[in-house]
Structure formats: structure tokens, C-alpha cells
Design a protein around this ligand. Sequence first.
Ligand code: HEC
Ligand code: HEC
Ligand code: HEC
Length: 110
Amino acid sequence: MRKFFSFSVVILSALALVAVAADTGPESLVFKTKMKDVMFHHAKHVERVKGDCKVCHDKLWPQSAKAPLNYAAAMHKAAEKSKTSCAACHVAGGTAFASVGHCNKCHGNK
Ligand code: HEC
Ligand code: HEC
Ligand code: HEC
């Protein structure tokens, strides 16, 4: 009985860990590009919007790292014009730095 109890505790803690990870998404994602790769700090971005997934999902992207980002076209000018993808925020007058002059803040960042 005691054995069964501790086994259940282990299983329940494992399930709790999975649940926490699923709640806030990945810590970070790396986007491969022909320029240097881009490290997207998912957890930091979630923190900045106070955990409100709806700011990005599924309005800007589905919850899948395999879905296209749609940010690359015309060196980010297309997304900046329509204020979509990363440029929903990363755009002149937006809440974060725009692409021009800030390539290195994303490409080859850590
Ligand atoms: C906010 C972060 C960010 C900034 C700033 C940024 N990029 Fe990017 N860049 C990305 C991401 C993410 C991708 C992948 C986009 C996609 O898959 O749609 C990308 C893709 C690209 C691509 C396409 C490469 C390929 O593999 O086809 C080019 C070219 C590019 N960026 C050039 C630039 C240049 C030049 C600058 C500065 C003027 C810049 N980027 C600034 C994040 C950024
Ligand atoms: C600032 C924007 C932003 C916010 C806020 C955000 N995400 Fe994401 N999330 C992304 C991006 C970008 C991707 C990758 C999309 C792509 O590649 O097309 C992603 C991908 C994911 C994935 C897929 C990971 C994988 O490996 O396939 C999950 C799960 C996820 N997010 C969960 C969440 C949850 C849960 C929240 C809220 C707690 C959240 N996200 C909030 C931007 C965001
Ligand atoms: C909901 C708004 C929002 C979206 C969407 C968004 N960002 Fe950000 N991002 C921010 C803010 C706010 C900052 C911090 C302010 C600043 O540095 O200008 C930031 C900072 C960053 C940084 C600096 C490192 C860090 O996290 O502190 C990188 C790199 C970055 N973003 C990449 C991206 C990429 C790539 C995408 C698209 C996949 C993206 N962001 C989408 C709001 C956003």
C-alpha cells in the first residue's frame, strides 16, 4: 500500500510538471534563418503580457512552432506595413523595437 502511495505521488508530480509546461508554452524557440538564427524568448514575452496568451494565440500564430511566422517577406517591411506577425509590436510606434537598425537584437542574439 505504501509502495502504491509513493508511486502515485511520483505520477501525480510528473503530471503536474507537464501541466505547468503546457500552461505557459515553451521557455524559448529558435527560428532558423539564412541570416543568423533568432532566439525567441517565449517565456519573457508571456511575462510582458501578464500571461495573456490571446495577445498572440491564435490571433498572430497558432500554438505550433511548425506554423509559418510570416515575418520574413521584404526584409520585414511587409509585416511592418500590416502590423502583423512580430511586427504587431516590433514596428515604429509599436511597443517594441522595429527591424531597421536592430537586426542584431534578433539575428544572432542569445
Ligand atoms: C524582432 C526580431 C527581428 C529583427 C529586429 C530583425 N529580424 Fe530578420 N528575422 C527574424 C525572424 C524571426 C525571421 C524568420 C521569419 C519568418 O520565418 O517568417 C527573420 C528572417 C529574416 C530574413 C529571411 C532569411 C531567410 O532565411 O529567408 C532576412 C533576410 C532578415 N530576417 C533580415 C533582417 C535584417 C536585414 C534586419 C535588420 C534590418 C532584421 N532581419 C531584423 C527576426 C528579426
Ligand atoms: C508575444 C507573443 C506570444 C505570446 C503572448 C504567447 N506565445 Fe506561444 N508562441 C509564440 C510564437 C511566436 C510561437 C511560434 C509560432 C510559429 O512558429 O508559428 C509560439 C508557440 C507556442 C507553442 C508551440 C510550441 C512548439 O514547440 O510547437 C505553445 C504550446 C505556446 N506557444 C503556448 C503559449 C501559451 C500557453 C501562452 C500563454 C501563457 C503563449 N503561448 C503566449 C508567441 C507567443
Ligand atoms: C505582443 C507584443 C510582441 C510581439 C508579438 C513580439 N514581441 Fe518581441 N518584444 C516585445 C517587447 C515589449 C519587448 C521588450 C521591449 C523592447 O526591447 O523594445 C520585446 C523584446 C524582444 C527581443 C529582445 C529579447 C527579449 O525578449 O527581451 C527579441 C529578440 C524579440 N522581442 C523578438 C521577437 C520575435 C522574433 C517576435 C516574433 C516571433 C516577437 N518578438 C514578437 C513585444 C513583442
